[in-house]
Design a protein around this ligand. Structure first.
Ligand code: TMP
Length: 206
């Protein structure tokens, strides 16, 4: 059992996770928490190299199993190099995506068997699971459509159907793991969403 607290932010493309994680980290640091922020894929030297392969729009021939293994490889490195030591030191770790992104994108999006993805990830992460997972969810399709018009990286090039399956997949995961999941409406201003996240966090921490 680790001593720190492990919080992950998840959501479909463009749900505002990155902005929200920065706001949350700022808030927690003000309250004197020892916070470490990280992101996936990437967050380490090796992970950043893997990220470049994963998101390269030219690598269209990537097999789905290869995709799973690369995302999970980046995660294995992140856990062993950064997350596990930080939790051992009692830090509060905030991660922009983690295992649930593989379950949602490769499981629900690509249609790969969830049980296999859970097994591979259990091994790769040394069974380190989040204590709290905050899902930023768009209640309507508008956000999802806006988010998928960029089409700059390999995953963003997938069609709206794929991203709809991912978004629905996250909701399924929230039902599968009710103990650690909190779903937050991602529509609304940055400040409004931030306040909703703080409410969830305060209930979780105190
Ligand atoms: P980002 O846009 O949040 O930086 O994430 C990069 C992309 O990788 C995004 O489209 C989600 C996708 N992804 C997966 O498909 N599986 C995973 O396990 C992770 C961590 C991300």
């Amino acid at each position: 059992m680790h001593r720190g607290t492990f919080i992950t932010l998840e959501g479909a493309e463009g749900c505002g996770k990155t902005t929200q994680i920065d706001l949350l980290a700022g808030y927690l640091r003000n309250k004197n928490f020892n916070v470490l922020v990280t992101r996936e894929p990437g967050g380490t030297r090796i992970g950043d190299e893997v990220r470049n392969i994963l998101l390269n729009p030219e690598l269209k021939e990537m097999n789905y199993r290869t995709e799973v293994l690369l995302y999970t490889a980046s995660r294995a490195q992140l856990v062993s190099e950064i997350i596990a030591p930080a939790l051992e030191e009692g830090k509060m770790v905030l991660s922009d995506r983690y295992i649930d992104s593989t379950f949602a994108y490769q499981g629900f999006g690509r249609g790969l068997p969830l049980s296999k993805l859970i097994d591979i990830n259990r091994w790769a992460t040394q069974d380190i699971n989040p204590d709290l997972t905050i899902l930023l969810y768009f209640p309507t399709e508008d956000g999802l459509k806006r988010a998928t018009v960029k089409k700059t990286d390999r995953m963003e090039q997938e069609d709206i159907e794929f991203h709809r399956r991912v978004q629905d997949g996250f909701l399924n995961l929230a039902q599968l793991y009710p103990d650690r999941y909190q779903v937050i409406d991602a529509a609304g201003s940055e400040e409004e969403v931030h306040k909703k996240i703080l409410k969830v966090l305060e209930e979780f921490l105190w």
